[in-house]
Ligand binder design. Structure first.
Ligand code: SF4
Ligand code: SF4
Length: 694
């Protein structure tokens, strides 16, 4: 015990810690404001489940490291009381926290829990060291810092045991059930035959070393990736709540002095800065990232690291910006900041398919898609530096209301012979069938639109389409950075839908679903939106639809490819499988399915861009489907027009036309209806593997 030494240690370490934290946090005041205080109940529940409960850590794919992390986290939580007690003992011998007196029932219960966690954390920290030094999994960053931190953790556990063991021997109680770790240390002292003086010295050494490690550890955290130990829980609390990154931030394009994207680090929000501080560099975001897996220069983890180092390097300029009072001083301080492309090159943010895997996998809820889209917005709206293919797509949407640039007057050719009702006819309808550009203009997807009409008629669902009044939802334009064009398109659709008093919208495209459901509310459009696979599943459950075995399958095996914007972005995993089951299909799952589903490569507007770097994402997925279906081949079922195109392209590019067919869930179900001899409004035409069209 030494009150002076303890106080000196606390003052020095505490002062240095406060100094570092100010250096890290003050620059955040210069960043974009963002309110993350709403829905407090949901935030607290999430904090308990994902922060303290570590729910994402114990993902089945990462069970062993996840459990080891949970044990260390729990040990830290429980040892926090012990650390306070030890500092108290530094000031006064025999100090203990209320209710935790040694020998009291609570004290013994706490002592037992604490010692179990000490032993668990010691074993797990050694386990992590083994992973880093021997097994070296691809996803983790092998730095000296990680080893040092594990050394700190193991050191904390060992010094705690040294202190307790010595105390137990001094008290003449060499073993106790409530102190298994201390008993182990006492047994070791006795086994080594150490004299009382040596045991006392080791106990005192353990005590002071423990305090020194705690303070050094705490001060070291803000300097490396283990800053997450401080920021992760707050970051989980202020996480994006659903729909999160599935609904991008609406830019106010009329506002004076508005920023139209991320030109420099000052255009990121404070939350995005907290995100990069919180990255643990665990690499879970990479495991199913289509860009990382196919060798493109984008890894969520690496982007975080680059932005974090940049934030730290630019902290003086950001601090000056935060302090600048008048507009001229603010402008000068902002101009001193380098462009963010200095650390996140354009090929990085153009590569993202916005598939959402990284955000779903991240245990600390780091957001990635909005900031990458903000970087695209800067390039498109301000710098006019964008891929030629993107410029062409924007022009097509502007002039014809669809990305192909096909005459807008051809939007209803797909259903000319079906007599499909229009909303403008003035009749009553339950669902507005938003056909989407692919469903109206893409020859392959037109067959899916027809199959959906057949199903709706079979189930006697009343519906109507907008026909030529429908226009592109602008989703691809928005995710390619053209917020201006997106808002024009979205406003037109909202105006039409609201004019007809639409309440329920049926879509066949998960991108339409996401935009209409999650993004149109920003422009005054609020509707109940269902994907066709959801509606089919519901109609079957209600007994309104009874498909038989689908002859179109010809007895072949079927696998299902989860569309990112239906599955991860909107949580619809089972409906397509239920719809397939209703047609007698037993889905043979690919290894990467449901939440782990692998992107087809088309999201984020990538459907319209050349894929020049690395290997092709769609071929990676087709290889997996082919391996799942085996030598005999079979059918890849999809529920998205983009997936349809990308998977068919992949089949053709890998020369598997003879083995693999790609069918939409609606085509399979509609085929079952035909088999039952129940006439629909137009059976789907035979599906051929025509040349890909984009
Ligand atoms: S972004 Fe999340 S998942 Fe990726 S390395 Fe950082 S903490 Fe891990
Ligand atoms: S959204 Fe998908 S493609 Fe983009 S970085 Fe994340 S995992 Fe990779």
């Amino acid at each position: 015990m030494s009150p002076l030494l303890t106080a000196l240690m606390l003052v020095f370490a505490g002062g240095f810690f406060a100094f570092t934290m100010l250096k890290r946090l003050v620059p955040l005041l210069a960043l974009r404001r963002e309110d993350r205080t709403s829905r407090a109940g949901e935030r607290v529940a999430g904090l308990l489940r994902f922060g303290f409960g570590q729910r994402r850590m114990v993902d089945p794919e990462e069970l062993r490291p996840g459990v080891m992390h949970v044990v260390i986290f729990a040990a830290f939580m429980i040892l926090a009381l012990r650390t306070v007690t030890l500092f108290g003992i530094g000031f006064a011998e025999g100090f203990h926290l209320p209710l935790l007196a040694p020998g009291s029932p609570f004290g013994r219960a706490y002592g037992f829990a604490k010692d179990v966690m000490v032993l668990g954390a010691l074993v797990c920290s050694l386990g992590f060291l083994w992973r880093r030094l021997v097994t070296k999994p691809d996803r983790i960053t092998l730095s000296w810092e990680g080893n040092l931190i594990l050394g700190f953790i193991a050191g904390l556990m060992v010094t705690d045991m040294m202190f307790d063991g010595a105390g137990m021997l001094a008290a003449g109680e060499p073993a106790a059930w409530w102190a298994p770790a201390g008993s182990l240390a006492a047994a070791l002292y006795r086994g080594l035959g150490l004299p009382a003086g040596a045991v006392h010295a080791l106990g005192a050494g353990g005590f002071w070393a423990h305090l020194a490690i705690v303070l050094t550890f705490g001060n070291f955290l803000p300097y490396g990736k283990h800053f997450h130990i401080i920021t992760a829980l707050p970051n989980v609390y202020v996480r994006a709540l659903p729909p999160g990154s599935s609904a991008l931030r609406k830019l106010d394009l009329e506002a004076e002095g508005a920023s139209f994207g991320a030109q420099s680090v000052k255009d990121l929000s404070w939350k995005e800065a907290l995100d990069v501080y919180s990255c643990t560099e665990c690499g879970r975001c990479q495991t199913h990232c289509p860009t990382y897996v196919t060798g493109k220069p984008l890894s969520h983890k690496e982007v975080n690291r680059a932005i974090k180092q940049h934030l730290i390097a630019e902290a003086p300029e950001l601090t000056a910006l935060a302090r600048a009072a008048d507009p001229a001083a603010r402008e000068a301080a902002a101009a001193a900041l380098p462009a963010i492309t200095a650390v996140v090159p354009p090929e990085t943010f153009w590569a993202c398919t916005t598939c959402g895997w990284c955000e779903t996998a991240c245990p600390v809820f780091i957001e990635n898609i909005p900031r990458l889209v903000d970087m695209r917005r800067q390039k498109v709206l301000v710098d006019s530096e964008l891929p030629d293919e993107a410029a062409r797509v924007f022009k097509n949407i502007e002039t014809q209301g669809n990305p192909w640039g096909i005459g807008s007057n051809k939007r209803t050719e797909w259903c000319e012979d079906l007599g499909v009702p229009r909303a403008s006819d003035g009749g009553e309808f339950e669902y507005l069938f938003f056909v989407g550009c692919a469903g109206a203009f893409d020859d392959r997807q037109k067959k899916v639109s027809r199959a959906i009409v057949q199903i709706l008629r079979e189930a006697k669902v009343s519906f109507a389409i907008l026909g030529e009044e429908e226009t592109c939802n602008g989703e691809a334009a928005r995710r390619l950075g053209n917020e201006y064009l997106y808002q024009l398109q979205a406003a037109q659709n909202v105006e039409r839908l609201n004019a007809y008093g639409v309440k329920k919208v049926l879509v066949q495209c998960p991108h339409c679903l996401n935009t209409i459901k999650n993004e149109l509310p920003q422009l005054g459009g609020r509707y109940e939106v269902v994907h066709h696979t959801q509606l089919i599943s519901r109609l079957v459950a209600e007994g309104k639809l009874r498909p038989g075995r689908a002859p179109i399958l010809d007895g072949q095996a079927v696998t299902f490819h989860d569309p990112c914007y239906l599955a991860r972005h909107n949580g619809v995993y089972e409906a397509p499988r239920e719809a397939l089951a209703s047609a007698g299909v037993e889905v043979r799952e690919m290894p990467r399915n449901r939440r782990q589903g692998f992107c087809c490569g088309a999201g984020g507007g990538r459907m319209w861009l050349e894929e020049k770097l690395g290997t092709r994402v769609n071929q990676n997925r087709v290889d997996e489907a082919a391996a799942t279906l085996g030598e005999a081949g079979g059918v890849v079922a999809v529920g998205c027009p983009f997936c349809m195109t990308m998977i068919r392209d992949g089949v053709n590019e890998t020369g598997r036309e003879e083995k693999l067919r790609v069918l939409d869930v609606a085509e399979i179900v509609a085929s079952g209806l035909v088999q039952l001899g129940k006439p629909g409004a137009g059976a789907p035409a035979p599906v051929a593997q025509a040349a890909p069209e984009r």
